[in-house]
Design a binder for this molecule. Structure first.
Ligand code: 13P
Length: 252
């Protein structure tokens, strides 16, 4: 049985103090459950303090929203995977559509980021998903296949066990327009099938595939009940402790 993941992506919101308060509220209110884990993907300047706070609980962990595609060196403004490792951050988000769109992160850069993260024993949550145009044109399966093949499928099976996948249809992010549970399930099953073809049954059965895009307290349960949806990557609703806790409790 796959352990569910409910992850909050705070994006570029909250000061470190506000983030700490939010995480405390969530940790105090959410019921512990060994069948799920909760991740806070916080801005870089939060991570040191947040990690210390969160590390007391086995059910919660901290992730960065990005890392450099380079190991180290003259890359002003970048944060390297080894720096994240040094403060015991567990996860790093790679390939979020906002990074692809606004910072022009292409398949090659994302592949390098995946490699940097794994070389520092960070767990990777790799995001994929199609735009509205790509869905309308009907070739979204090819888009997702390419995203996975170009940036992830060079990994071996052992490395692949360090990866979770977030399916985030771009048209559903921050729009209030959620993919229906059936629409999401169809893509999740497709992604699992791709992994099965590449890595075999064992890896495919183990890999967690979470859904992101306007996950809210009132739609989380229907999404998370689908057989191939192993939890959620939550943006807006993760900034409200009560909403986020309701979403966490939806993952049973
Ligand atoms: P929203 O939940 O605000 O749609 O954001 C989804 C997302 O991008 C999570 O990474």
């Amino acid at each position: 049985m796959r352990k569910k993941i409910v992850a909050g992506n705070w994006k570029m919101h909250t000061t470190p103090d506000e983030g700490l308060t939010l995480a405390r509220q969530v940790m105090e209110t959410a019921h512990a459950n060994e069948h799920r884990e909760v991740i806070f993907f916080a801005p870089f300047v939060h991570l040191t303090t947040l990690q210390k706070e969160v590390s007391v609980s086995p059910f919660f962990s901290v992730g960065a929203q990005n890392c450099s595609n380079h190991e180290k060196g003259a890359f002003t403004g970048e944060v390297a995977a080894f720096m994240l490792r040094s403060i015991d951050v567990s996860w790093v988000l790679v390939g979020h559509s906002e990074r692809r769109q606004y910072y022009h992160e292409n398949h090659t850069i994302l592949k390098q980021k995946v490699d940097q993260a794994l070389s520092q024993q960070l767990l990777v949550m790799f995001c994929c998903g199609e735009t509205l145009d790509q869905r309308m044109e009907g070739n979204f399966r090819e888009v997702i296949r390419k995203q996975l093949e170009e940036s992830l499928f060079h990994l071996d099976a052992t490395q692949m066990n360090q990866v979770a996948i977030a399916y985030e249809p771009v048209w559903a992010i921050g729009t209030g327009q959620t993919a229906t549970p059936d629409q999401a399930q169809e893509v999740h099953a497709f992604i699992r099938e791709l992994i099965k073809q590449k890595y075999g049954d064992g890896v495919a059965a183990r890999v967690r595939i979470v859904y992101g895009g306007s996950v809210k307290p009132d739609n989380a349960k229907d999404l998370f009940n689908k057989p191939d949806i192993d939890g959620g990557l939550v943006g807006g609703a993760s900034l409200n402790a009560l909403d986020f806790v309701t979403i966490i409790h939806a993952a049973e």
